[in-house]
Design a protein around this ligand. Structure first.
Ligand SMILES: *Cc1c(COP(=O)(O)O)cnc(C)c1O
Length: 455
């Protein structure tokens, strides 16, 4: 019997030497990023207090290939190349003629794709002589990734963790502390922003918006400290393209090319990381029929129900204005378990590609996503992060459609992380306590009233 591989493995020497920059291939030039005060396009000087110059250059670069520093590739070897799996057991369980592939990013030490950019960001900050990085974290995935990366480069790391998560996710906090980070429940008395909130609500549970304000203030008021962001920005999406560049080689090993590429979207980094090297094939005309599906929660449906317009990146309104799909920066989504998908906006390049109909988007309810996650775990073994379950839902639906149509469809999705720290969410699912939040129409309409006026 011919051997039928379950996973496709590359060698360490196959780790990409360059990241792929989609800005070189976009069908039209990206809309400028605007200063929140003046409404004029921002320049490098506006970002210099927060980010190292190399990352600012990457943010605006239109070079197609950006070299990956040797030291970063060395660290990538701890978990890269990540495996590509053919989900043969899931295919059998679904009785589908479709071929399902998934790229598994849960093999990183922090358990998600986020270290792919955290390591690069820590590297450039170290190069520029920084001593410390400050950031925020909600569910703890990004904080864990940055804590890991800072530890590897001998940088100090301060993580402002949303206070409710700090209390509800004690093991993510322990993980960050194990890597050497200082974890501060936010709002805190360390910053003006935190003290102001505490002055008004001493028992505030915190929010990602407040935590961002604290981390940015910390960085802006300390010369030896920069800020780091785990998604949305061009340079973050750029770093994540190692995922798709590897996947392309692995699909070649499997002798196949996808019909559809799927990923879940919070800010867009894991989706873009897998998809953009394939998007290039569509934009150049090499693969005109290739489809892309960006998936999100029904409770925070930015790409499917948001407006494509200028908005702030943060909740408070301090960051530059970017053109993106947004539900309004003051929109606070319901408390779903996929904490990484509760962002009011999306990466600008992804928004543009959805707007130009290169990429499709779909939204799923929380329970339907967990149905898919449990089915996946029982067939393939890995327990998915609640975020990734939104990609799995779409992949399973594609496979079921292929069965209905009696057609061979090749499906590729990103399994962005494992769910080992999210078992409380699975408990809630099995206890029948997971809620399906309807589209919060009134809250979104209210938030869209407060969009900044531009132009
Ligand atoms: C943070 C996170 C996401 C969402 O963020 P993106 O930038 O959209 O990728 C998805 N999956 C996992 C496992 C995450 O940790």
């Amino acid at each position: 019997m011919a051997e039928e591989p379950t996973k496709y493995l590359l060698k360490e020497r196959d780790i990409p030497t360059h990241w792929y920059n989609i800005l070189a291939d976009l069908p039209s030039p990206p809309p400028p990023v605007l200063h929140p005060g003046t409404g004029q396009p921002i320049g490098p000087a506006d970002l210099a207090p927060l980010f190292p110059i190399e990352l600012i250059k990457q943010e605006v670069s239109t070079e197609r290939e950006v070299p990956i520093p040797g030291e970063v590739r060395e660290i990538y070897k701890l978990w890269r190349p990540s495996p590509l799996y053919r989900a043969r057991r899931l295919e059998r369980a679904l009785d589908t003629p479709a071929h399902i592939y998934y790229k598994y990013e849960g093999v990183s030490p922090a358990g998600s794709h986020k270290p792919n950019t955290a390591v690069a960001q820590a590297y450039y900050n170290k190069q520029e002589g920084m001593k410390r990085l400050a950031t925020e974290t909600g569910a703890g995935q990004w904080g864990s990734a940055l804590a890991l990366a800072c530890g590897l480069f001998g940088l100090e790391c301060t993580v402002y963790m949303v206070k409710v998560s700090y209390q509800q996710k004690p093991y993510r906090r322990s993980m960050m502390q194990t890597y050497g980070a200082e974890v501060i429940p936010s709002p805190s008395d360390r910053t003006n922003a935190g003290r102001k909130v505490l002055g008004e609500h001493a028992d505030s549970p915190g929010s990602l918006g407040i935590a961002i304000s604290e981390a940015v203030e910390d960085a802006a008021t300390h010369d030896d400290t920069h800020y780091a962001l785990g998604s949305v920005l061009n340079h973050v999406l750029l770093h994540q393209t190692v995922i798709g560049l590897e996947a392309k080689k692995q699909m070649e090993m499997a002798g196949e090319y996808p019909d559809v590429v799927i990923g879940c979207v919070g800010g867009g980094s894991n989706f873009a990381g897998l998809a953009y090297p394939f998007v290039r094939d569509k934009l150049t005309g090499a693969q005109p029929k290739l489809r892309f599906l960006a998936t999100e929660p029904e409770s925070c449906p930015t790409l499917t129900r948001g407006e494509y317009t200028y908005d702030f990146g943060d909740t408070v309104g301090l960051t530059p204005l970017v053109k993106m799909y947004t539900l309004g920066h003051s929109f606070v989504p319901p408390e779903i378990h996929a904490g990484g998908l509760r962002y009011h906006g999306d990466a600008p390049s992804l928004s543009q590609l959805v707007h130009e109909k290169v990429i499709e988007a779909a939204a799923y309810h929380q329970r339907a996503s967990f149905d898919a996650a449990v089915q996946f775990a029982r067939a393939e073994g890995v327990i998915p992060a609640p975020e990734a379950s939104h990609a799995i839902r779409a992949a399973i639906d594609e496979a079921l459609q292929a069965r209905e149509a009696g057609e061979r469809r090749t499906i590729l999705f990103n399994l962005s992380g494992h769910g080992f720290f999210d078992m409380a969410a699975y408990d809630a699912y099995f206890a029948g306590k997971l809620e399906d939040y309807a589209y919060p129409r009134e809250k979104v309409e209210e938030a869209l009233q407060h969009l900044p006026k531009v132009g």
